[in-house]
Ligand binder design. Structure first.
Ligand code: URP
Ligand code: ZN
Ligand code: ZN
Length: 479
């Protein structure tokens, strides 16, 4: 059995940071001990990993990914479980929770089987699944208890995308009632899709077909309105609700208000909403204001098309505040990459055909650490929103998301001083562009240990494909 001693580093947990050594036996953390004391304790490691000058943190837990996700146009997001999970490891994430997606007319069981088939034998990180319920029917709702028994304990409902993933308020209420009765977590994509479709049709009728129209037709107040409605429906159903990928200050305000009233409402945001703005889609240029983006081809903005859309700087500031205050509980990526060539390009001349989604699974830990460097959040909050809180909310704690005896030895040795530039030329995601192209960040993953195995060392990934295991998840724990 392998025995690792990770020595000389600063251990970071949500409760505090301190000098210490981590002892690992087999797949688990055996103990956290005072620096150097493992020798006196008689621990004989098979390998010593020197973490002097580095941070030692739990492996990242990204609870929002879409590997091989089918888009409206029928093409699949470009990362497979193998390529996407390798990129995750490069970026310090050792656990992902991906979205199995029910096809209308088909069962939840079929969706789970399909996604298990994609991940099993391919993922290098441990993985779990949420279930997107896109066809709320008596039959699908009756499957929820079995899903929970099989470790799928969170269910996403869409207020956006009418005709595809959308559920109306009645369907959402019915689903939330069943989710609540079984102690599971309801997740909501909160944008008013019916109103958005009216704005989209009007824009197209006026000949507004470039990517910036995607922003113009999805105003932030329609995210705020839908978030309010999702919270009210959850309240009526008695359900715990988790609002995914919050981009708008209006949506955050609704979450904050609900939490102040003592409701079990949680909010997630994503790095793209913290670091990128609508300017990237040419919105500023289209609206006559000065633009900071460099490209002259308005269609380059397609690279940044995701839903909800990127917003203005004002929203970014409020989201950082929400993370600091605790009203945003997690930061996940919504990693859903589509190549520019052959995929995003399908929407040239009609922004409705641009597949929605951005790459990011590799960049999350670094970008949030950049938030630490910029003094927006503390080191401890970094670990909390990126590792511990997602593990708790999604039933993986204390196996994942923490440095504690008995927990899985998923550990990242992180160099907080190393500067590097984010670029498609060096990233490992299977996508031909980076939304952060040229951005310099301070901090880089040095070594990654996953269930006791060193899987990334000296800038080399040594993980065997398929080493990742399925994680049956427990019901959500309050945070
Ligand atoms: O644009 C996005 N976010 N695509 C992924 C699907 C979703 O709604 O999360
Ligand atoms: Zn969504
Ligand atoms: Zn998503």
């Amino acid at each position: 059995m392998s025995k690792l001693a990770i020595t000389g580093g600063t251990l970071v947990t949500p409760e505090g940071s301190f000098a210490g050594d981590v002892l690992v036996e087999g797949e688990h953390i055996l103990a956290l001990v005072a620096p150097g004391s493992w020798q006196e304790l008689g621990f004989v490691p098979t390998e010593v990993l020197d973490a002097a000058g580095k941070l030692v943190i739990p492996g990242g837990v990204d609870v929002h990914t879409h590997m091989e996700m089918p888009s409206a146009g029928g093409i699949f997001s470009s990362d497979s479980f193998e390529t996407g999970s390798k990129a995750a490891l490069w970026g310090g994430t050792t656990t992902i929770v991906d979205f199995a997606t029910q096809t209308p007319g088909h069962s939840l069981k079929e969706a789970l089987r399909e996604w298990e088939g994609r991940a099993c034998g391919n993922s290098v990180v441990d993985y779990g699944f949420h279930m997107i319920v896109s066809d709320v029917s008596d039959a699908s709702l009756a499957e929820i208890p079995e899903m929970i028994e099989r470790g799928v304990t969170s269910f996403k409902l869409f207020m956006a995308y009418p005709g595809r993933l959308y559920s109306d308020d009645g369907a959402i209420l019915r689903a939330m009632q069943v989710i609540a009765a079984n102690g599971a977590l309801a997740q909501v994509h909160a944008e008013n899709g019916i109103a958005i479709d009216v704005l989209v049709a009007q824009a197209v009728a006026k000949g507004e077909v470039d990517p910036w129209a995607h922003v113009a037709t999805r105003p932030s107040i329609l995210e705020g309105e839908a978030t309010h409605r999702a919270i009210v429906l959850a309240q009526v159903a008695g359900a715990k609700v988790y609002i995914v990928h919050i981009s708008a200050l209006e949506a955050l305000d609704e979450v904050t208000k609900a939490r102040d009233e003592g409701l079990e409402v949680y909010g997630e945001t994503c790095p793209q909403y913290l670091f990128l703005s609508e300017d990237a889609l040419g919105w500023a240029r289209a609206s006559g204001a000065a633009s900071s983006e460099g490209s002259t081809d308005p269609f380059e903005g397609a690279k940044y098309v995701c839903s909800p859309p990127l917003r203005s700087q004002e929203h970014q500031e409020k989201l950082w505040e929400g993370i600091r205050r605790g009203d945003l509980s997690t930061v996940a990526t919504d990693h859903c990459p589509y190549c520019f060539k052959g995929a995003k390009e399908l929407g040239r001349g009609d922004f409705r055909k641009i597949p929605n989604g951005l790459p990011g699974v590799e960049n999350r830990m670094d970008l949030l650490h950049e938030g630490v460097v910029q003094k927006r959040i503390s080191l401890e909050r970094w670990v909390q929103v990126a590792c511990t809180a997602p593990a708790k909310l999604f039933g993986l704690y204390p196996r994942k998301g923490t440095l504690a005896p008995g927990s899985d030895a998923d550990i990242v040795i992180y160099d907080p001083e190393k500067r590097h530039v984010l670029s498609a030329s060096s990233h490992h995601m299977a996508v031909d562009y980076s939304v952060y192209e040229g951005m310099e960040v301070t901090g880089e993953v040095d070594t990654v240990i996953a269930r006791g195995e060193v899987v990334l060392r000296n800038q080399e990934l040594v993980a065997k494909p398929g080493r990742g295991e399925y994680l049956p998840r427990l019901l959500p724990a309050p945070i």
